[in-house]
Design a binder for this molecule. Structure first.
Ligand code: SF4
Length: 488
């Protein structure tokens, strides 16, 4: 096993990950966004060295696939030559508009920087698994609610000041709240939490912390300096050097974990849907000084590199000075005059990008499938495109369609209202289940969209006034939906 072959690792430039279609590199620029010229250069590198596809994940990372060990090295050199500094170490993520959003409760960047510095100071990066992450969310128009993390800090107003609510394991909806603290205490609790995770080993996450550990973190409101935080004793496997006021005095690493579950770095798979109630990063968002940023998404998180290059060129011509990656598989364009937004949106739509939050493609999770993935049995994204065009009325706010090339279900591990899954029999239909569920009916893969068209028609004809497609689907039941899907 070498640095290029360890699955599950975060494939930053120096350590690409082996996938079904070669090596994959994932990168996040250190400072905000990229100049259009840098994104053009990156797209050209992807064309030269990868499979010609660029992806933006649900967490807002950029991915290039189809690399070899040699081409990955060339790509890394070119990224360097473009002057793109990429993030490494434990991800401490802030929102894409952090520090420039007039609606945010607090600028999360200083606290995120303090946490990064503390992680560095106590040497945690090497002791934590590559998928352990922290979110520092200042709130605002594009909150990080749908992004899962081991530790979440979210700004909240407290009279004239700001406090940070600390929670662990999950997204904004599912994470377990611990406590509320000022910035310094929140940083200390975050770092202490990570130290506990590190003590449990490189495979551990906050989901592995015991009730006692979580309770002690929740009860800790002190602002003890980092220097008095407990040390980790690798030999004994226990927390030592415990200050009198610390909750750590009772902690033992042999305790069993709580029952909560996290899918670490969920969302790094392109095509995966996001959870949580965050607003989609698509459309216009007001910034300070009467300026606007324009959000444009990649369908299923994926686009031919040439289309991305063309869009970045057009953006540059229209005066865009910065392009940021955003959670929700999107790009945010900044710096342009207001008159540039409409032509930029029009160009993006022509190139196949998602320019409206109501676009049905935002309700479809589709993994790469065939031909991109060797395990795929159906052409997921081609099917998705046809369904989005033919059956747009199927997608209301509550209905999610998952199209999976195989039973692995990379793009949407959870249940979806409708799942199409490829196997040796064709495109199987699973109602209200996951890609691992037993399909109730099949159509040939090339005609899966035809089956969904019939499902949409069945729902349309049975829908009560005001009833959502999802509610109607539930009322009709799996047997009726399967019958419609199989209809000739
Ligand atoms: S779900 Fe199957 S076909 Fe789709 S990307 Fe994952 S392994 Fe490949």
């Amino acid at each position: 096993m070498n640095a290029f072959s360890r699955r599950g690792a975060c494939p930053a430039l120096s350590a690409p990950m082996q996938t079904g279609d070669g090596l994959l590199v994932r990168l996040n620029p250190v400072a905000g966004g990229l100049a259009p010229k840098a994104l053009i250069g990156l797209g050209e590198s992807a064309l030269r060295h990868g499979n010609g596809i660029v992806e933006v994940t649900a967490r807002g990372s950029l991915q290039i696939r189809g690399l070899t060990a040699d081409s990955a090295r060339l790509l890394a050199a070119e990224v360097d030559a473009l002057g793109i500094e990429v993030r490494s170490g434990v991800p401490v993520e802030t929102g894409p508009l952090a520090g420039i959003d007039p609606d945010e409760i607090a600028d999360p960047r200083p606290l995120a920087e303090k946490i990064r510095a503390a992680i560095e100071e106590v040497g945690l990066a090497a002791r934590l698994g590559p998928k352990v992450s922290v979110v520092v969310d200042g709130g605002g128009q594009l909150a990080m609610d749908g992004v899962t993390a081991d530790v979440r800090l979210k700004a909240a107003r407290a009279g004239p000041g700001v406090v940070w609510s600390v929670s662990v394991t999950g997204d904004a909806r599912s994470a377990r709240p611990l406590t509320t603290a000022d910035a310094d205490a929140a940083r200390d609790i975050a770092v202490a939490t990570l130290r506990m995770v590190a003590e449990k080993g490189r495979e551990a996450h906050t989901r592995d912390l015991s009730e006692r550990q979580l309770n002690s973190l929740a009860g800790w409101h002190s602002v003890a300096p980092l220097s008095v935080l407990p040390d980790i004793s690798p030999s004994r496997g226990e927390i030592g050097s415990v200050p009198a006021r610390s909750p750590f005095s009772t902690l033992q690493v042999s305790e069993t974990s709580g029952g909560s579950v996290i899918s670490p770095l969920e969302g790094e798979m392109s095509g995966r849907t996001e959870r949580g109630a965050s607003r989609k990063p698509i459309g216009l968002f007001p910034l300070a000084h009467d300026t606007l940023t324009l959000g444009i998404a990649l369908p299923y998180g994926s686009m031919p590199a040439q289309n991305l290059i063309d869009l970045a060129r057009q953006a540059s011509n229209l005066g865009v000075t910065e392009i940021r990656l955003a959670p929700g598989r999107a790009l945010l364009f900044l710096g342009q005059p207001a008159t540039a937004n409409q032509p930029l949106q029009a160009s993006a739509a022509t190139l196949g990008f998602v320019t409206s939050p109501a676009d049905p493609r935002t309700r479809i999770a589709a993994c790469p499938g065939t031909p991109a993935c060797a395990s795929g049995r159906i052409a997921t994204r081609a099917i998705a495109e046809i369904i989005a065009k033919q059956s747009p009325d199927l997608f209301d706010a509550a209905l999610t369609l998952h199209i999976s090339g195989c039973a692995k279900g990379c793009a949407h591990p959870g249940a979806a209202a409708i799942t199409l899954v490829g196997d040796e029999n064709g495109a199987g239909l699973v109602v209200d289940g996951t890609a691992k569920g037993l399909p109730a009916g099949y159509r040939p893969g090339y005609d899966a969209a035809g089956g969904i068209r019939r499902v949409a028609a069945a729902i349309r004809s049975a829908q009560f006034q005001g009833e959502t497609a999802a509610a109607c689907l539930t009322r009709l039941g799996a047997a009726a939906i399967t019958e419609a899907y199989r209809q000739e």
